[in-house]
Ligand binder design. Structure first.
Ligand code: GLN
Length: 389
């Protein structure tokens, strides 16, 4: 038999998605892979039902259906603070996952270097390998997950072609401040690099923190590929609707990459999602309120149990510190947690470049009943998982 490609040898399957399978195996409350267990907005579902009987069953325009791009341009122009041309500055993709991959392939050649903050969402490592780019990791230091400007500058100095910025950040829940974004923007400009953002949690931010789009900073519109999706904003992770917003020359190239990768996102789903893109500001306020409530409920539960944890400023993940249990291997801890306590989590090591194995990630994008059930089970964690040492 001929050998398989070298590129597939250098990364594992997604640990996040593997933990969903582990949760299913043990009947655990799955707080590993981040997706909601509540319904998307009814208006979107009603429109989906209508769309099945309308003429949306063939390919849409490869870079996105016209009315989807127009609705998206209108929504994002208001948020990002500049006019987005729906015909020249948007590519609609199959989720932000494809958006990030297509963005990487649009700006890098094999051998180019890309800066990735650590901890990072696990896809970025695989994206780099698949596109042939070499990641340079820059640590974010807990508890605030701040970067050191001199370390970031040293990474740019190594000749980085692009920086990947997840804001609000998965898994650490950091929301970058204006000053931090300005530092990143200044360095990107000084060292002539692109920034690829992943802003899928743009509407899930906890007061007093505020989401600022990097592309809205002076000079950054030209060098930023803003990636995001509808998954988290409208609770439709299975629809796989994402996009890249960037300058026309960048989008021209990204359209080609996207076209040959996937041809296009599902036409009927784009049409139904237009309903969501046209929601007023009250929808996004309500979404942030809902998640603030869930965050507070879950954090209080964890405090009552006495497990140390991070406090997210945005997104819907919490990192728990499991040092007390004395495990050497956080993956093994997550297996034991799913099996003996009945709660699914993701080992922190899948997000860190550094050898970190004392953190696990849980998410709270779940109905209150589900969160309360998880907390009930976690109540016994110290009894059910004996300390090792
Ligand atoms: N972004 C979510 C997470 O981090 C879901 C990832 C995925 O499976 N696409 O869990």
């Amino acid at each position: 038999m001929p050998t398989l490609s070298k590129r597939t040898e250098t990364f594992t399957d997604s640990v996040i998605r593997r933990m969903t399978r582990v949760s299913l195996k043990y009947g655990a409350v799955n707080l590993s892979q981040g997706f909601p267990d509540f319904e998307p907005p009814k208006e979107i579902l009603d429109r989906l039902a209508e769309v099945t009987r309308e003429d949306f069953h063939q390919y849409s325009i490869t870079w996105g259906a016209q009315n989807f791009r127009e609705a998206l341009a209108e929504k994002q122009s208001a948020l990002m603070g500049f006019d987005i041309d729906p015909n020249a500055e948007i590519v609609v993709t199959c989720g932000s996952t494809e958006a990030m991959m297509a963005a990487m392939m649009t700006v890098t050649d094999p051998g180019d270097r890309v800066i990735v903050f650590s901890p990072f969402y696990e896809n970025y490592g695989a994206d780099a390998i698949l596109s042939g780019a070499e990641p340079i990791y820059v640590p974010l230091y807990p508890p605030e997950f701040n970067f050191k400007t001199d370390e970031l500058e040293a990474a740019f100095r190594k000749g980085a072609k692009a920086l990947i910025l997840c804001n609000p950040s998965n898994p650490c829940g950091k929301v970058f401040t204006y000053e931090e974004l300005k530092t990143i923007a200044d360095l990107a400009e000084r060292y002539d690099a692109f920034v690829i953002t992943d802003e899928v949690y743009e509407h899930i931010v906890y007061a007093p923190h505020k989401h600022i789009y990097l592309a809205s900073l002076p000079g950054m519109r030209a060098r930023t590929l803003s990636c995001s999706s509808l998954s988290k904003t409208y609770s439709i992770t299975g629809w796989r609707l994402g996009y890249i917003i960037a300058a026309p020359e960048v989008i021209e190239a990204a359209k080609k990459v996207h076209d040959f990768l996937t041809v296009g996102a599902a036409a009927p789903l784009q049409e139904a999602a237009v309903t969501g893109l046209k929601f007023g500001a009250d929808y996004y306020e309500k979404l942030a309120e809902t998640y603030t409530h869930k965050r507070d409920l879950f954090l209080k539960g964890l405090d009552d149990i006495g497990i140390p944890h991070t406090v997210p400023q945005g997104a819907y993940y919490i990192m728990l510190d499991i040092s007390d249990f004395g495990f050497d291997d956080d993956l093994e801890f997550c297996e034991v947690l799913a099996r003996d306590v009945g709660v699914g989590a993701v080992p922190g090591s899948s997000f860190f470049r550094e050898p970190v194995n004392h953190l696990i990630r849980l998410h709270f994008a779940k109905r209150d009943e589900t969160l309360n059930e998880a907390l009930n089970r976690l109540n016994d964690i110290y009894k059910k998982i004996p300390k090792r040492k």
